[in-house]
Design a protein around this ligand. Structure first.
Ligand code: GDP
Ligand code: MG
Ligand code: ZN
Length: 296
C-alpha cells in the first residue's frame, strides 16, 4: 500500500467497473464500490483504500451538469459531467454530417453549456462548408478556425479554452486527437496511461480528460455517432434550435410542433428562406427520433 488512505478526486476516464482518477496531482486506477455506483469522465468522487490497499471510489458528488446521449433504446446515458464548454469539431474532410453538429449544439443548449464550433484543417479548401459555417455564426454559435497541422489559430483557441472544462466532440477523423496533442503538453504520455485499466489491459475508447494548464481541462470524446440529447422535456428539440425557438411564439397553436400544423411561423420562415431548410430538416429528424423512442 502507498499514498494516502482516502481523499477526493476527479474522474479522468471511466471504464467497465473502474475509473482513472486524478487525486492530489497523481493519477490512479480505482475500483468502484458497489454495483450501483456509476461514474463518468469529469465526475468528482470520494475514494478510500480497501483492506487490500486498492483505491476504491465510494461516493459521487452531485453533478453540476452533464452531457448525455441516448442509447439505442432511447435511454439517457451520460458521456461526461461537469463540463463548461462543448467544442464541436468539423473539417472540410471528412465531409461534415451537419445533423450531428445540430444535435451536439442542441444538447449543449439543453444542458446550459456554452458551445463552440471548431473548424479544423485550414490547409484544405473550406469552400464546401463555408455556407453552413456562416449560418451557424449568424445564429450565434461561436466559431474558431484552426489548423491542427499548420498551427493557425491555435493560440487563440488555447486562450478560449483557458478556463473550465471543454468537451471535444465531432465525427471521427476531424482532428480531435490532433488538437488535443497540440494543446496539451505530454498528452501522449497521459493517453498511454489512460488507455490501460487496473489490470493493465487496454480499455475500449471512452471519454478522456486531460489537464490544460492550471485552470482548465479538455475532454476527448471518441466519436459518438448516435449522439443525441435526451428528450426529458416537452419540446426538447425546439429548445435546441435557437432560430426555431425564437419564432415559435408566432405559431397559431401554442403546442405547435412545426410539422403540418396550420399557421406555423417556422414553416413560413423556411418557405421565405429566413430559416435554413437544412436546419429545419435536422429539427424534424430529431423530433422523429424522439417519437420513435417514445413509441417503445
Ligand atoms: N490536412 C489536415 N489534416 C489534419 C489536420 N489535423 C488533423 N489532420 C489529420 O486528420 C486525421 C484524423 O485526425 P485525428 O486527430 O485522429 O482525428 P479524430 O478522429 O477526430 O481524433 C489524421 O490523419 C490527422 O493527421 C489539419 O489541420 N489538416
Ligand atoms: Mg481521436
Ligand atoms: Zn409552428
Amino acid at each position: 500500500m502507498s499514498g494516502p488512505p482516502s481523499g477526493t478526486g476527479i474522474v479522468l476516464a471511466a471504464y467497465g467497473r473502474g475509473a482513472l482518477v486524478l487525486a492530489g496531482g497523481e493519477t490512479m486506477h480505482c475500483a468502484l464500490a458497489g454495483r450501483k455506483l456509476r461514474v463518468v469522465c469529469g465526475d468528482e468522487v470520494g475514494w478510500r483504500r480497501d483492506a487490500g490497499g486498492t483505491p476504491t471510489v465510494h461516493s459521487l458528488a452531485p453533478r453540476r451538469n452533464g452531457l448525455e446521449r441516448v442509447d439505442s433504446r432511447g435511454r439517457a446515458e451520460p458521456v461526461a459531467a461537469n463540463v463548461d464548454r462543448l467544442a464541436i469539431v468539423v473539417a472540410p474532410r471528412p465531409a461534415p454530417d451537419w445533423f450531428v453538429v445540430d444535435r451536439y449544439w442542441a444538447a449543449a443548449l439543453q444542458a446550459g453549456i456554452a458551445a463552440l464550433l471548431i473548424v479544423n484543417k485550414d490547409d484544405l479548401d473550406g469552400a464546401p462548408i463555408a455556407e453552413e459555417i456562416a449560418n451557424y455564426r449568424g445564429l450565434g454559435l461561436a466559431v474558431a478556425a484552426v489548423g491542427g497541422h499548420s498551427g493557425a489559430g491555435m493560440e487563440a483557441l488555447r486562450a478560449r479554452l483557458a478556463a473550465g472544462a471543454t468537451l471535444l466532440v465531432g465525427q471521427s477523423g476531424v482532428g480531435k486527437s490532433t488538437l488535443v496533442n497540440a494543446l496539451v503538453p505530454a498528452a501522449d504520455a497521459q493517453t498511454a496511461e489512460l488507455t490501460r485499466d487496473r489490470e493493465g489491459r487496454h480499455t475500449t475508447t471512452t471519454a478522456r480528460r486531460y489537464r490544460l494548464g492550471t485552470d482548465a481541462a479538455i475532454i476527448d470524446a471518441p466519436g459518438v455517432r448516435d449522439f443525441a440529447p435526451p428528450a426529458r422535456i416537452a419540446r426538447a428539440a425546439e429548445r435546441g434550435f435557437v432560430e426555431i425557438h425564437a419564432l415559435a411564439a408566432g405559431c397559431r397553436f401554442g403546442d405547435c410542433q412545426h410539422l403540418r400544423e396550420p399557421g406555423c411561423a417556422i414553416r413560413a420562415a423556411v418557405d421565405a428562406g429566413t430559416v435554413s431548410a437544412r436546419r429545419y430538416e435536422s429539427y424534424r429528424r430529431l423530433l422523429r427520433l424522439y417519437d420513435r423512442f417514445a413509441a417503445h
